[in-house]
Design a binder for this molecule. Structure first.
Ligand code: MN
Length: 262
């Protein structure tokens, strides 16, 4: 897997600090020995040079970097930054491959508004409205907090999701099989991991901690299964905020996730 560090944010001021995550996570990753599969978590690591304030410029740079790198690896990992980076990353794939699908792990549906340039709160709505993501090609996993308008948007557009309540009340293996049975049919699969899908007890270092989330192990269970799919092209890991972290727990979990996905 080729890793690309993308220290960009567009969180309306609320995600300041997330730009520090890629370097922190990579330095933690280098402290890891073999992963659970007995493999060395080493990767080819590059980065996108970003500007502190120019969101449009950053989006363009991210998009171009990915487009230019597509032939260099079979799988990519993008390290944010806040969730707004998924807009440019996914767009680069959906313009290069037919029928791209997105499996997103998140406590929130990220479709509040349709602000442009897309922010971390509404990039999903922007991707759908711009025709970059087919609404039937989206699965959201781990939801437990939403605005009234977001709930309506999901229902009206028949977007597939598995709430945290469903995951807890049903058998996690069956939920995972349901996700896999849809995800395997996309020509290309993109997995986006917003760390706030994980319970704040395990991942406190994020801007919008939401109680009653997944354990780290449950998230790894889903990810290790998805990793088996041959159509997996990319994953991103976003919203880790080292400034809000406790004992580097969240940064270390980020490094752990990457080490298991190499
Ligand atoms: Mn998010």
């Amino acid at each position: 897997m080729k890793l690309i560090k993308i220290p960009a944010i567009n969180g309306l001021g609320k995600t300041k600090g997330c730009e520090k995550a890629p370097d922190k996570i990579i330095s933690k990753l280098k402290e890891f020995y073999l992963n659970e599969e007995g493999m060395l978590p080493v990767s080819d690591i590059e980065d996108v040079e970003t500007e502190k304030t120019n969101v449009e410029e950053n989006n363009e740079r991210i998009y171009i970097k990915i487009k230019d790198s597509l032939s260099e690896a079979r799988e990519f990992g993008f390290l944010g930054g806040d969730h707004s980076i998924t807009y440019s990353c996914f767009k680069a794939f959906s313009e290069s491959f037919d029928n791209m699908g997105l499996v997103m792990f998140d406590a929130h549906p990220d479709c509040v508004n349709n602000f442009k340039p897309a922010t971390h709160e509404d990039f999903i709505k922007v991707l759908i409205e711009e025709g970059k993501l087919k609404k039937e090609n989206l699965i959201i996993v781990g939801l437990r907090s939403w605005h009234k308008s977001e709930h309506k948007f999901l229902k009206e557009n028949k977007i597939k999701f598995f709430s945290m309540k469903e995951i807890a009340n049903e058998n996690i293996h069956e939920v995972c099989e349901s996700i896999m049975s849809v995800a395997k049919n996309f020509d290309g699969l993109y997995v986006s991991i917003d760390i706030d899908v994980v319970d704040p007890a395990f991942a406190p270092g994020t801007g919008y901690p939401e109680p009653a989330g997944m354990t780290s192990r449950e998230l790894l269970y889903f990810l290790k299964k998805l990793k088996l799919l041959k159509n997996l092209k990319a994953l991103d890991l976003v919203e880790i905020n080292p400034e809000k972290d406790v004992n580097e727990m969240t940064v270390k979990l980020g490094a752990k996730i990457l080490s298991e996905m190499v």
